[in-house]
Design a protein around this ligand. Structure first.
Ligand SMILES: [Fe+2]
Length: 282
């Protein structure tokens, strides 16, 4: 069986990948077709999968080395490459519910942010808990020429800790130790990045981790970032993924941002994420 792609949006933004069983090793031709697909489509959806932790990690490694998250209490004890987003906890991980409910791009606060993330759903609530994705290529393309020119050469400041102290995600995230903080100093990235493989330009700011604009007064920088975030989260740029158990969604962090939505925490929700290392944004 060879894989085929079924578009899920009228643009190239999201596509379903069919005829791939992720519990089996993928051959070289399939891996290369999938790498081409993620560069063209930004979000790949695989439905009806049944995979264990080894298979999740093995499949993810087709796309690069895996990131180990700075915050250790969500990592599966025997699989530090896997973050458990589990509202009941799992094998001693700290429970997390309704986390990530703000627009962000995973780990954009690192000098080399991850190229992609693969989120696999084991248990989902019967309603709610969708993940929203924004197409940052389309958001960039829709900017006025004057705004595109304004943004040329501008760099935004990204940080982990400031986001949680500024926006107050309450007790949901543990305070970082001095050692963990040293791992995540604030960094700057271009506001418009050029995708290293597609060559397309994408907006690269996000509500969660972008704190200001290098060289601009704080207020002015924040106003610009707020305007860009408001622009990028307009309905025409958004895809809402409604999760079923057995879905695996692979998204390109270089061209998207995402936002979790709420669900009733009477229901169990268990998701596993692996994260692929990336390059310095240019
Ligand atoms: Fe996320």
């Amino acid at each position: 069986m060879t894989l085929s792609l079924k578009p899920m949006t009228t643009t190239s933004f999201v596509t379903e990948v069919v005829n791939v069983d992720l519990s089996q090793p993928v051959d070289a031709a399939t891996a290369s077709a999938l790498r081409a697909a993620i560069n063209q489509h930004s979000i790949l959806v695989f439905r009806g999968q049944t995979i264990d932790n080894d298979q999740h990690v093995a499949f993810s490694r087709n796309f690069g080395d895996l990131e180990i998250h700075t915050v250790k209490q969500y990592l599966l004890p025997d699989y530090p490459e896997i973050i458990a987003l589990a509202n009941r906890g799992e094998n001693g991980t700290t429970p997390i519910d309704n986390g990530g409910a703000y627009w962000h791009t995973d780990i954009s606060y690192k000098a080399k942010p991850p190229m992609g993330s693969l989120l696999y759903s084991l248990e989902v609530p019967p309603e709610g808990g969708d993940t929203l994705y924004a197409d940052m290529y389309a958001a960039y393309d829709a900017l006025s020429d004057a705004m595109k020119e304004n943004l040329e050469g501008l760099r935004a400041v990204h940080g982990y800790e400031a986001r949680f102290s500024r926006m107050g995600e309450g007790g949901k995230r543990p305070k970082l130790s001095a050692e963990q903080l040293a791992e995540v100093p604030e960094v700057t990235h271009p506001i418009v990045r050029t995708h290293p493989e597609s060559g397309r330009k994408a907006l690269y700011v996000n509500e969660g981790f972008t704190l200001g604009v290098e060289g601009l007064p704080l207020d002015e920088g924040r106003d610009l970032l707020d305007a860009l975030n408001a622009h990028a989260t307009q309905p025409q740029f958004i895809y809402a993924h409604h999760w079923r158990a057995g879905d695996l969604v692979f998204w390109d962090n270089r061209a998207t941002m995402h936002c979790a939505t709420d669900y009733d925490t009477r229901y169990a929700r268990t998701m596993h994420r692996t994260t692929i290392q990336g390059d310095i944004p240019v």
